[in-house]
Design a protein around this ligand. Sequence first.
Ligand SMILES: C[S@@+](CC[C@H](N)C(=O)[O-])C[C@H]1O[C@@H](n2cnc3c(N)ncnc32)[C@H](O)[C@@H]1O
Length: 252
Amino acid sequence: MMQGSRTYGLLAKYYDLMLEESRGPMREARGRLLRKVWGSVESACDLGCGTGTTAVEMAREGRRVFGVDLSPEMCRLTREKAEAAGVKVKVMRGDMRDFALPEEVDLVTCEYDAINHIPEKEDLGAVLRCVARALKPGGHFHFDVNNRLGFESYWTQTVWLEKPGVVLVMRNGSDPANDRAWSDVEWFVKEGKLWHRHTERVEEVCWSEGEMREALGEAGFEWVRAWDGSRFWEGDSRIARGCRSVWLARKG
Ligand SMILES: C[S@@+](CC[C@H](N)C(=O)[O-])C[C@H]1O[C@@H](n2cnc3c(N)ncnc32)[C@H](O)[C@@H]1O
């Protein structure tokens, strides 16, 4: 299953440097939506854990935490972040379409549109079945996704992010009729006196709310709620109403 999947390379290396500042809404959504759930969460898994920020935050609160990511570089960075924070996170390299945890957990999180990264829309069922299998009965799944409207609006723009010694240019494009979007990522990295150029591509797929609800129901989630992302990304003109959704589902 690993073959043909998308992994992060340079995006992993510079992920925190470039994107850490934009994590606020994600953290707020997690805190607000899971307010009533946290008390009963002793174990959790962050799926598509990236550099491990969320996994480490959950482990700091005393939970037993797993992190799963397809990118070996992301897995390494999560291990390093956990070690630096002095917490234990069991990191497993895996594909969200066929991962399995050594034990059932109370909560699975999957943030920053990680689910949109699977290669085909049809793969959603496989992901949700794996998540359901990873959860205890009554366990929760919390995730956010980009929607078709997001693909139509901000996935058409070019984004420029600059930090000392690193420039990231994301030339975004989309095919909303086929629920697909992509970002041709161009890096300019200063090494010594020279700037080096690297390229990378990220692709996403998306689902309608109806498709998502149906897939969640089929995978065994009985209680499902979605919130519009604009309430958490207030002030970010790119995340207008309908562009992004945040979900919470409970396994039956
Ligand atoms: C946008 S990043 C989000 C990372 C992290 N969740 C966060 O909040 O910063 C997407 C992550 O999904 C991972 N990913 C992409 N496809 C995957 C797959 N099929 N299975 C597991 N992880 C995957 C990437 O390696 C990357 O770390």
